[in-house]
Design a protein around this ligand. Structure first.
Ligand code: SF4
Ligand code: SF4
Length: 140
């Protein structure tokens, strides 16, 4: 995006991104961290919470909501939440396309709030997302 930076500050009490339509993907490290946080082995966590395909690991989606870890008080695994949750909204498809960033601002109340985050730093964060989930960003 041709701007100096982006403003963002996550808003206390908000959980809208956890309720947005989509899957929550995990890296192997995410899986291990979340399992340990809940006092489970990776195998136990996988059996209860994960759908694993050849290239992807994602959380199972419960009926009627987007994520089984979304509770009234917020994310039940907040200190060990998956990389994509931690990096939102600095995802490549949002940071690199102004229209997508502005569309996301319509439902994420943290966008356009808080300090100006230099565009270089925002792009570095987006790159972390690309590296964590290469199958979601096959072009690079
Ligand atoms: S929707 Fe935006 S403000 Fe709300 S929890 Fe997610 S990142 Fe934070
Ligand atoms: S794992 Fe936590 S942060 Fe990620 S979508 Fe679920 S409730 Fe939200």
């Amino acid at each position: 995006m041709n701007v100096a930076g982006l403003r963002f500050a996550c808003q206390a009490g908000c959980t809208r991104c956890c309720d947005a339509e989509g899957f929550v993907y995990l890296t192997e490290a995410d899986l291990g961290r979340a399992a340990a946080f809940l006092g489970l082995t990776s195998e136990e966590f996988t059996a209860r919470h994960v759908v694993r395909t050849r290239h992807r690991i994602r959380l199972r989606k419960p009926r009627g909501k987007q994520c089984s870890f979304l509770e009234a008080g917020g994310c039940a695994i907040h200190p060990a939440k998956p990389t994509q949750c931690r990096l939102f909204p600095f995802w490549p498809e949002l940071v690199e396309k102004r229209r997508n960033w502005e569309n996301t601002a319509k439902w994420c109340p943290g966008i356009h709030q808080g300090p100006l985050i230099q565009i270089g730093r925002a792009l570095e964060t987006a790159d972390e997302m690309r590296k964590a989930y290469p199958y979601l960003y096959p072009e690079g």
